[in-house]
Design a protein. Structure first.
Length: 525
C-alpha cells in the first residue's frame, strides 16, 4: 500500500489546552511531523461545580479547533482524528459542544472514557521509553482528571482515571477573586481531597511495586522546569528527573507568592500560574502516597498515543501489530463472561458475509468502521447470558455499555451495545429512535442489526448448519439472499422467514430467500 502524500491531523481537546499534530505518512513506512501546536482554551473553566460547559469556554474551543482544522487542511490533511477528554466527558451539555464542532469547525470528535484516556497516554509515553524490563507507574495530571497506568514497555497491567486535575482542584478550593498566596490550611485541604479520591488507586499501584515512575502533561513538565530554573543550588540528580524533595521546595515557593508574583517565577508558564498549585498538590500527594522519591518527566502524551495507535493499524509500519487493542479488549470481555465462542464466531461469520455481499449489491453504503462494529457486536451479542438467559439481550446491552471497552469512543460503544440489545425480539425503530444515537447512528444501527438478527436466526440450533448466507442479487423486486445448508435446518428456515417485515423497513425492499444444500465442491471450498 502506498501512503505517499497522505497527511493526517490529530487533535486532543483537553480540559485546559487543545493540542494538534499534523503528520505525513511516507512511502518508506516512516512518518514526518509537519506541525505541532498547542493553545490554552480552558474548556473546563467553571465546569466542575455544576458539570456544565460555559458558553465562553465552548466559543474558545470551537475557534481553536476551526483554526487547527484549517491548518491541517493547509498542510494537505485528508483525515482528522480528534478526541475530547475530561471536560467534555463530564459535561451535561456535551452534545452542544460536539454539534458546534461538527457545524462550525467541520470536526467529528470522539469523547473517550477515563480509562481509554489513560490507555492512550500510556501508549504515547511508553512507546518512547526503554524501561529495560522494569515495571513503571505512569501519571498524567490534566486540567480535570489525572490518568494513572502501570505497565512496562510492551503492555499495561492497570489503567485508572481520577477526578483530580489542576483546574478542578483550583476551582474547588480557590475563590474567583482570590489572587493572594495559598496558605497552608487551604493547601492541606487540597492534599486531603487528593488522598481521599486516590486511596483505592494508590493501593492498587503500590501492590504492583513499580520500579520506575514517569510523569507527563503540562503541569508536571512545568513544575520540573521551575525546579530547574529556581533551585540553582540543588541541581537535579539527572536530566528530566523531578525529585519529591525538589518538588516540595518549588511548591513552598509558589504558595508563598500572590498570582502576579507567581506569573514572574523563572520557568513558569504564565498561563498556568493560577492553577499550578492545584496541579502540584495532586503530584506531591500521589508521589507521597505511592512512595515515589522521584519521577521521570516525559514530553509525550495522549496525542502521541493517538499517532502510535494509528500507525499500529497500518501494515508495513514499525508499529504494526497482529491484534489491535480493540480486538484484545473485545476478546477479553467475551471470554471473561464465558461466551459460546463457537456460536459467536458463526454469527460473526454470517453477519459479515451479509454485510459484504449486501454492500456489493448496493443495499448499503457503510464502510470498514461500521463493519468492524458489527464484527465485535456479533461476537459479544450473547454476553448477557453470563447474568441470565432470560432477557439476556438487555443484559448484553448493559455489560457492553459499561465494560469500558478500550479503543472505542462512546458512540461506537453505544452502537455495539444496542446491536446486542436488538439482536432478538423487537428491533430498533426510526419512529421511536434510540437514546444516545443521532439520526446517522440510528440508521447505521438499523442496517447492522438487520444483518445480526438474520444471522442469529440462521444459527438457532447452535450447530453451525448454515455454511453461508450471501446476497446474490438486488433489484426493485427484492434482495435475494442465498442460504447454503449442510443438514436439516428447519429451525433456521423458520427463523429467517420471520425477518421479512423488518428487512423491508430497513432497506425498503422485499427479502427473497433461496435455500440450497452444500455440494461436495462447497465442502472442499
Amino acid at each position: 500500500m502506498s501512503f505517499e502524500g497522505k497527511v493526517v491531523s490529530f487533535i486532543d481537546i483537553g480540559t485546559n489546552s487543545i493540542r494538534t499534530a499534523v503528520v505525513r505518512l511516507n512511502p518508506n513506512h516512516s512518518y514526518t511531523v509537519l506541525s505541532r501546536q498547542k493553545q490554552v482554551v480552558r474548556l473546563g473553566e467553571a465546569e466542575f461545580l455544576d458539570q456544565m460547559l460555559i458558553p465562553e469556554a465552548m466559543d474558545r474551543c470551537v475557534v481553536v479547533c476551526r483554526r487547527f482544522t484549517e491548518m491541517g487542511k493547509a498542510f494537505g490533511a485528508t483525515e482528522f482524528m480528534a478526541v475530547a477528554t475530561s471536560a467534555a466527558r463530564e459535561a451535561k451539555n456535551q452534545e452542544v459542544l460536539l454539534e458546534r464542532l461538527r457545524r462550525e469547525a467541520g470536526l467529528e470528535v470522539r469523547v473517550v472514557s477515563g480509562k481509554e484516556e489513560a490507555r492512550l497516554i500510556y501508549v504515547g509515553v511508553a512507546s518512547s521509553m526503554h524501561l529495560e524490563g522494569k515495571l513503571a507507574v505512569f501519571m498524567d495530571i490534566g486540567g480535570g482528571s489525572t490518568e494513572v497506568a502501570v505497565g512496562d514497555s510492551r503492555d499495561y497491567l492497570l489503567l485508572d482515571s481520577l477526578k483530580l486535575g489542576a483546574i478542578r482542584i483550583s476551582t474547588l478550593f480557590n475563590q474567583d477573586d482570590d489572587t493572594g498566596p495559598v496558605y497552608p490550611e487551604r493547601y492541606a485541604l487540597m492534599k486531603k481531597s487528593v488522598r481521599n479520591e486516590s486511596v483505592r488507586t494508590v493501593q492498587r499501584v503500590r501492590a504492583y511495586r513499580p520500579q520506575v515512575a514517569v510523569g507527563s502533561s503540562g503541569t508536571i513538565m512545568n513544575l520540573a522546569e521551575i525546579a530547574n530554573k529556581t533551585l540553582n543550588g540543588t541541581p537535579p540528580p539527572r536530566e528530566q528527573v523531578l525529585t519529591l524533595a525538589r518538588l516540595k521546595k518549588v511548591i513552598a515557593h509558589l504558595r508563598s507568592l500572590d498570582l502576579e508574583e507567581r506569573r514572574k517565577v523563572p520557568g513558569i508558564n504564565p498561563e498556568r500560574a493560577d492553577i499550578i498549585v492545584g496541579g502540584a498538590a495532586v503530584l506531591e500527594t500521589l508521589m507521597e502516597e505511592i512512595g515515589l522519591a522521584e519521577i521521570i518527566v516525559s514530553d509525550r502524551g495522549l496525542l502521541d498515543g493517538m499517532l502510535f495507535e494509528y500507525l499500529a493499524r497500518l501494515e508495513g509500519f514499525p508499529y504494526y501489530q497482529q491484534m489491535s487493542v480493540r480486538e484484545r479488549s473485545v476478546l477479553q470481555l467475551g471470554r471473561s463472561c464465558a461466551v459460546d465462542e463457537g456460536h459467536a464466531n458463526t454469527i460473526k461469520r454470517l453477519a459479515l458475509e451479509m454485510f459484504d455481499s449486501g454492500k456489493e449489491e448496493g443495499l448499503h453504503d457503510l464502510g470498514p468502521v461500521e463493519r468492524e462494529l458489527l464484527e465485535y457486536a456479533a461476537y459479544l451479542h450473547d454476553v448477557g447470558d453470563f447474568i441470565s438467559f432470560t432477557n439476556h439481550q438487555a443484559h448484553s446491552y448493559y455489560i457492553i455499555r459499561n465494560a469500558e471497552l478500550l479503543g472505542f469512543d462512546q458512540k461506537e460503544i453505544e452502537i455495539m451495545a444496542n446491536l446486542a440489545k436488538y439482536h432478538r425480539k423487537k428491533g430498533p425503530s426510526k419512529k421511536e429512535g434510540v437514546p444516545g444515537l443521532d439520526e446517522k447512528g440510528l440508521k447505521t444501527l438499523i442496517v447492522l442489526s438487520t444483518f445480526l438478527r438474520i444471522a442469529e436466526s440462521l444459527d438457532r440450533s447452535h450447530c453451525a448448519l448454515i455454511k453461508s448466507a450471501r446476497f446474490v442479487n438486488a433489484t426493485d423486486e427484492g434482495a435475494l439472499l442465498e442460504i447454503t445448508m449442510t443438514g436439516d435446518c428447519q429451525l433456521e428456515t423458520w427463523g429467517v422467514e420471520s425477518h421479512v417485515k423488518g428487512f423491508r423497513k430497513a432497506f425498503d425492499l422485499d427479502l427473497l430467500l433461496r435455500f440450497r444444500m452444500a455440494s461436495a465442491l462447497d465442502a472442499e471450498g
